[in-house]
Ligand binder design. Structure first.
Ligand SMILES: NC(=O)c1ccc[n+]([C@@H]2O[C@H](COP(=O)([O-])OP(=O)(O)OC[C@H]3O[C@@H](n4cnc5c(N)ncnc54)[C@H](OP(=O)(O)O)[C@@H]3O)[C@@H](O)[C@H]2O)c1
Length: 352
């Protein structure tokens, strides 16, 4: 049987924890080898690379950079092209997946190439638990949608259907209150809230458009609109939502639907720093792997029962990490990875 090799391109905010997750749970996930590509040899990132290698992953880089990495004390196991050819699954965690795609197209070995949230058009959009039924394993390119897109999708799917019924959403409006930078980033500080343009004529910002694309893969054409504001914080994104339904519901009913979805965490906390801090203490690499964290106290149902309004937190990037892992296992095993993913259950919380 051929070896099951996961290759991750990029060691940034998404790449680093993904390398850690695959290395740590290699045995449980049935992975033989984890390799990763780093582009730039940096003395201030030497410790990070050593730490990932100690976890069991092996370093790859471009031929022209091998000497510079070796001068920093790193061992290069494969060049970029060698690593791509021998991989079973390639997960691009760079902001330039589309730019790198031509090289992937030319590489015959891997069953699948994934890129992340910013890489619109890279491949079929995927979010675990939202559109698994549409995942076409014969198609080699997948875009793991962004963390906020996951959050919008899980709200629509969980709050938008009466029990036992299909989704009945007539309109969904979302305001993404976004952190300006991640805690792994030391730039892009903003001194005050910065409002975003509505550049998309139909959807406002790309967030609603991305969610619409995910639901389109399962035959739904939803009416969605989003806006975005950047806040001077490094902690979690917050999402304000207002969803109109074609049926009437109650707050109690919605809370029960939220409780039934294992990907939703409920919380009595209303500060993103407290939710983030819980993740730092109890998550994997500080990550909560739920799709959303929702304070039920913020949930409001209109008097006619047809409009649901509230706030929730987007778990930093944990939902994109989980979908990347689920997608890798879908392609490796050729079936729903539900059983293998049980190993990640301790990082999905009912309550935060
Ligand atoms: N940050 C989040 O919370 C988050 C959440 C969900 C999804 N995403 C998505 O994940 C993707 C990556 O975001 P990120 O925040 O993880 O980025 P990041 O922290 O800035 O890291 C980017 C990584 O990409 C590598 N890279 C950049 N250009 C490259 C190139 N031409 N060839 C090879 N490697 C290259 C960099 O390598 P060197 O440093 O070695 O040059 C770095 O390791 C984006 O699509 C983003 O939308 C991010």
């Amino acid at each position: 049987m051929s070896k099951r090799i996961v290759h991750i391109v990029g060691t940034g905010t998404i790449g680093e924890p993904l390398i850690g997750l695959f290395s740590h749970f290699k045995k449980e996930l049935g992975i033989d080898e984890v390799t990763f590509h780093k582009r730039t040899p940096l003395v201030d990132e030497r410790a990070k690379v050593h730490a990932m290698v100690r976890k069991g992953a092996t370093l790859c880089t471009d031929e022209r950079s091998v000497e510079k990495f070796e001068a920093l004390g790193h061992k290069i196991s494969y060049t970029t092209q060698e690593a791509l050819e021998r991989a079973s699954v390639v997960i691009d965690c760079t902001p330039v997946g589309n730019k790198l795609k031509p090289q992937y197209v030319e590489t015959s070995g891997p069953k699948v190439f994934m890129a992340q949230g910013s890489e619109l058009g890279f491949g079929q959009p995927y979010a675990r638990g939202i559109n698994d039924e549409s995942l076409n394993l014969d198609e080699r390119f997948v875009q793991i949608v962004s963390c906020n897109t996951h959050n919008i999708c899980v709200l629509l799917k969980t709050l938008g259907a009466a029990p036992g019924q299909d989704m009945g959403v007539t309109n969904g409006r979302f305001l993404c209150l976004r952190r300006a930078t991640d805690i792994s980033q030391a730039d892009s500080f903003i001194p005050s809230p910065e409002v975003g343009k509505h550049a998309d004529p139909r959807f406002g910002t790309h967030h609603a458009h991305d969610a619409w694309r995910v639901f389109q893969t399962v035959g739904k054409d939803l009416k969605l609109f989003s806006s975005a504001v950047k806040l001077p914080t490094q902690y979690m994104h917050v999402l304000h939502f207002s969803i109109e339904l074609d049926h009437s519901t109650s707050k109690e009913q919605l809370i029960s639907q939220l409780r039934e979805n294992p990907r939703v965490a409920l919380t009595e906390k209303r500060s993103s720093t407290l939710v983030f801090s819980f993740g730092r203490d109890h998550g994997f690499y500080g990550r909560i792997l739920n799709e959303t964290v929702l304070p039920p106290d913020t949930l409001h149902v209109s008097e006619d029962g047809r409009t649901v309004t509230g706030f929730c937190f987007t778990p930093q990037d944990g939902n994109s990490l989980l979908s990347s892992m689920a997608c890798a296992l879908w392609y490796l095993d050729g079936k729903d990875p539900r059983d293998r993913l049980q190993v990640l259950r301790p990082y999905m919380f009912e309550e935060i």
